[in-house]
Design a protein around this ligand. Structure first.
Ligand SMILES: Nc1ncnc2c1ncn2[C@@H]1O[C@H](COP(=O)(O)OP(=O)(O)O)[C@@H](O)[C@H]1O
Ligand SMILES: O=C(O)C(=O)C[C@H](O)[C@H](O)COP(=O)(O)O
Length: 300
């Protein structure tokens, strides 16, 4: 999506964002050796074309980018409160991305089968119609059965769903299709669950291999089938904008796991980056500032 962040009283700064895009950017910047591809559907409009330049700048593969000839890219605006907590306004109904399943290349599933990991989210599911959502979930299930790791962040955004019932059903299927789950505790308001113990019990019934629950600026809980850990969050008390802290966390966590770090070390690495993202407006920290941060924090 095109991202608008407030710049002065009556100006906006244009950027690019979207939860899986954000995770892809932070994964690639943190683990440049990985072959990271961003999959979406864009238009033939000028903004869509600029996204291709950004993908090239970020060294993200674009071979899973599909095109809708009639539609354009969606837009959203970031608003922040006094604590830096973000909320969004969307202009994305009938966006090119919502037509992904209608514009898929013929051999896309074959190409996806070669991936080590596919990451999707509740937003991916929310922007598709019922039929396309079912088709995507079926494809992901087939890929999972063929050994591809599937990671899922429910990223529940009430405004994007037609009803809670539809969201419960779709996100519930997301939990079942994926073997790596990266929810935030707030996502479970939808399921009327607020305690980590209840959440873990519920998710165990979906059969995960790996689960990480983000508890905002408090702590992060990690689980495998027979092991668990808790990592405290070093709180940033001067948050500017929390946009994409969760997405950056997910991208770095997954990158770290592919790069061979254990669950706890991957959480620790991801939390450092999640915290840094809260110091910057909008989803994506400027590339040079991010590189400097990695250097200063002795992460390479
Ligand atoms: N105020 C903060 N101080 C330090 N780290 C933070 C803060 N807010 C978020 N983070 C980091 O970013 C991660 C994701 O943030 P969170 O707000 O829980 O994500 P989500 O948007 O998925 O709910 C947290 O687990 C933490 O590591
Ligand atoms: O993808 C979307 O639809 C968006 O809303 C774009 C936002 O940049 C992210 O969703 C931010 O995600 P958080 O990490 O939860 O702050």
């Amino acid at each position: 999506m095109m991202e608008l962040t407030q710049h002065g009283t009556d100006m906006f700064r244009k950027g690019f964002a979207g939860d899986i895009f954000n995770s892809s950017v932070y994964m690639k910047r943190s683990f440049p050796e990985l072959d990271v591809n961003f999959m979406s559907c864009i238009g033939r409009d000028v903004v869509s074309e600029q996204l291709l330049d950004i993908l090239a700048q970020e060294e993200l593969g674009s071979r899973f980018i599909e095109y809708d000839e009639k539609r354009i890219m969606g837009t959203y605006m970031v608003q922040t409160d006094e604590q830096g907590e973000r909320s969004f306004l969307y202009w994305r109904n009938d966006s090119a991305a919502s037509q992904l399943m209608h514009n898929l290349s013929a051999n896309v599933e074959e190409k996806l089968r070669e991936a080590q990991l596919i990451f999707f989210s509740g937003i991916t599911l929310a922007i598709l119609n019922d039929h396309d959502r079912a088709q995507l979930l079926h494809m992901l299930r087939r890929l999972r059965n063929q050994g591809v790791n599937i990671a899922f962040d429910p990223n529940y955004r009430p405004i994007l769903w037609e009803s809670e019932k539809i969201a419960i059903n779709a996100i519930g299927q997301g939990f079942q299709v994926a073997n790596i789950l990266l929810p935030g505790i707030a996502d479970f308001q939808l399921f009327e669950l607020s305690q980590p113990d209840q959440i873990v019990k519920f998710l165990r019934s979906c059969g995960f291999d790996e689960l990480v629950i983000k508890h905002g600026a408090k702590s992060i809980l990690g689980y495998s089938k027979d092991w668990q850990c808790e990592v405290d969050v070093l709180r940033n008390s001067h948050v500017l904008d929390t946009t994409a802290a969760g997405d950056a966390f997910a991208g770095v966590y997954l990158g770290a796991r592919i790069a061979g770090l254990d669950i706890k070390s991957a959480i620790e690495r991801a939390a450092i980056i999640g915290k840094e993202v809260t110091n910057h407006p909008g989803a994506i920290v400027p590339k040079d500032k991010f590189a400097q941060f990695l250097k200063d924090s002795l992460i390479d």
